[in-house]
Design a binder for this molecule. Structure first.
Ligand SMILES: Nc1nc2c(c(=O)[nH]1)N[C@H]1C(S)=C(S)[C@@H](COP(=O)(O)O)O[C@H]1N2
Ligand SMILES: [Mo]
Length: 393
C-alpha cells in the first residue's frame, strides 16, 4: 500500500463524510493508509448506522466511528475509550509505579526512570470484548505504542522463584458489592487484572506511555498503561500504579466475573455449559469503507487477530459466492496490528446492497456467522461476520 502524503485527499474524505468541521488533526498522518481518494472516487453511504449511533455518549466514553478511518492507525482523539470507574485524577508529576510482593527488590519508578530504559515501539490493535455489530464495531482501535517490555522492569525487581501471579492495578476505583455465600460486603475496589508468571515474563507485554508518537491522553490511561498484545482490551490496564507479585491466583471482579464467556461446548462428545475467561482475541474482519469510481467499487476493511497470521479474507455481495479479497502486504508485517483488506466490486448497480466479509486464520479458524455463535449465551467475544448495508449511487 502506498505511503500517504496527500493531505488534501484526506481532507476530501473527511469532507465527503461530513466530518470536516470536527477539527480532526491532519498532523497525525499515519505511516500508511487506505489509498487516498483519487479524482472521481465517491464514498458510498452505509445505511446501517442506527439513528441513535453516538460516538461520544459521555465525555469519558468514546466509540470509533469506522467511517472516519482513513488509515490503519487510529488517532488518539478517536481511539475508543472504555472504563468502569470513569477517569481517575492522576498527578502526572508525582506519578510513581510501584512494584512489590514476591520480588527481591521492590521498586518505585517515575516515568523518567522508565523512559531511561531501552524504549521500543509496538504496533498493536485491540477491541473491547463487548465490541460487536451492535456498537458498529466501534469499540476497537489500532495504534503504535511506545514503552518498555514489562519483563525489563520485572527483571530489575528480581522475581522470586515462588511467584505465580502478577497483578496490575489502575488508579481508578469504586464501591463494589462483594458477595460471599449469604453475606454482602460493600468495599472500595481498585481496577485490577492479572497475568500468569509465564505470560508476564514473556517478551510481549509492554508498559507504554505513548500512542502514535504522542503521550497517552487521560482516555488511554496516562501516564502509563499495560499493553498485552493479542488479548482483548480488558487486559490493557490503564492508569497503571501498582504491580504486585504473588503466589495465589487473583480473583478480582474484572478478572474472574465480568470478563467471562458462557457457552455450550462439546466436551468428550457431550454438550457442557462452560464459563471461560476472556483472553486472546478471536479472529474478526469488518468492512469499513466502500468507494465507487466509474463502473467499479472498492471495498476496504480491517482484520483483527490475536497475532495468528491471517490466511484469507473473503467478501460476499448480496448473498452471492464468497470472493477472495486482497490483504495489504505492508500491514501484514506487524504481527499484532490490524490488517487492511480490499476487494474490487465490478459493476455495482445503483441502489441498496448487502456486503459481508469473513476472515480465516492460519490455523483454519473461520470467522463465524451470528448463527454459529448461538451457543454463546453471554454477549462478550462476538466475532461474528458483520453484515453491512450500503447504498450505491
Ligand atoms: N484502569 C483501568 N484499565 C482498563 C479499564 C478500566 O476500567 N480501568 N477498562 C479495560 C477495558 S474493558 C478495555 S476494553 C480497555 C479499553 O482501552 P481504551 O479505553 O484505551 O480503548 O481498557 C481496559 N483497561
Ligand atoms: Mo472492554
Amino acid at each position: 500500500m502506498r505511503a500517504m502524503s496527500n493531505t488534501s485527499s484526506r481532507r476530501a474524505l473527511l469532507k465527503q463524510l461530513g466530518f470536516a468541521g470536527l477539527g480532526l488533526s491532519l498532523a497525525e498522518l499515519p505511516v500508511w493508509a487506505l489509498p487516498p481518494l483519487g479524482a472521481g472516487d465517491v464514498v458510498a453511504q452505509f445505511t446501517d448506522y442506527p439513528a441513535s449511533f453516538n460516538p461520544t455518549p459521555t465525555p469519558q466514553n468514546r466509540t470509533l466511528d469506522l467511517r472516519t478511518m482513513d488509515g490503519v492507525f487510529t488517532p488518539k482523539d478517536r481511539f475508543f475509550a472504555m472504563q468502569h470507574y470513569g477517569h481517575p485524577q492522576v498527578d502526572l508529576a508525582a506519578f510513581r509505579l510501584k512494584v512489590g510482593g514476591l520480588v527481591n527488590k521492590p521498586l518505585t519508578l517515575s516515568l523518567d526512570d522508565l523512559k531511561k530504559m531501552r524504549a521500543t515501539d509496538l504496533v498493536a490493535g485491540f477491541e473491547c470484548s463487548g465490541n460487536s455489530p451492535r456498537s458498529m464495531q466501534g469499540l476497537s482501535g489500532n495504534g503504535k505504542w511506545t514503552g518498555v517490555p514489562l519483563r525489563a522492569v520485572l527483571d530489575q525487581a528480581g522475581v522470586k522463584a515462588e511467584a505465580r501471579e502478577f497483578v496490575f492495578f489502575g488508579a481508578d476505583h469504586g464501591q463494589e458489592e462483594i458477595e460471599w455465600r449469604t453475606q454482602k460486603f460493600t468495599l472500595e475496589q481498585q481496577f485490577g487484572r492479572s497475568l500468569t508468571r509465564e505470560h508476564a515474563l514473556s517478551p510481549e507485554p509492554m508498559l507504554v506511555w505513548a500512542l502514535n508518537g504522542e503521550p497517552l491522553t487521560v482516555h488511554q490511561g496516562a501516564p502509563l498503561r499495560l499493553i498485552v498484545p493479542g488479548w482483548y482490551g480488558v487486559a490493557n490496564v490503564k492508569w497503571l500504579t501498582d504491580i504486585y507479585v504473588q503466589d495465589e491466583a487473583f480473583l478480582g471482579k474484572f478478572q474472574t466475573r465480568w470478563y467471562r464467556t458462557l457457552r455450550g461446548e462439546t466436551i468428550n462428545g457431550e454438550t457442557k455449559w462452560v464459563e471461560t475467561a476472556v483472553t486472546r482475541m478471536r479472529v474478526k474482519s469488518f468492512i469499513a469503507r466502500v468507494t465507487t469510481n466509474g463502473n467499479a467499487a472498492t471495498v476496504h476493511g480491517f482484520v483483527l487477530s490475536d497475532g495468528t497470521s491471517v490466511k484469507s479474507v473473503e467478501v460476499n455481495v448480496d448473498g452471492g459466492a464468497w470472493q477472495p479479497a486482497t490483504i495489504d502486504s505492508a500491514s501484514v508485517k506487524d504481527k499484532y496490528g490490524w490488517k487492511i483488506f480490499s476487494y474490487t466490486w465490478n459493476n455495482p448497480t445503483p441502489g441498496d446492497h448487502t456486503l459481508v466479509s469473513r476472515a480465516t486464520d492460519a490455523n483454519g479458524i473461520v470467522q463465524p456467522t451470528a448463527k454459529d455463535l448461538e451457543n454463546k449465551k453471554s454477549f462478550l467475544e462476538d466475532n461474528s461476520q458483520f453484515v453491512r448495508k450500503v447504498k450505491i449511487g
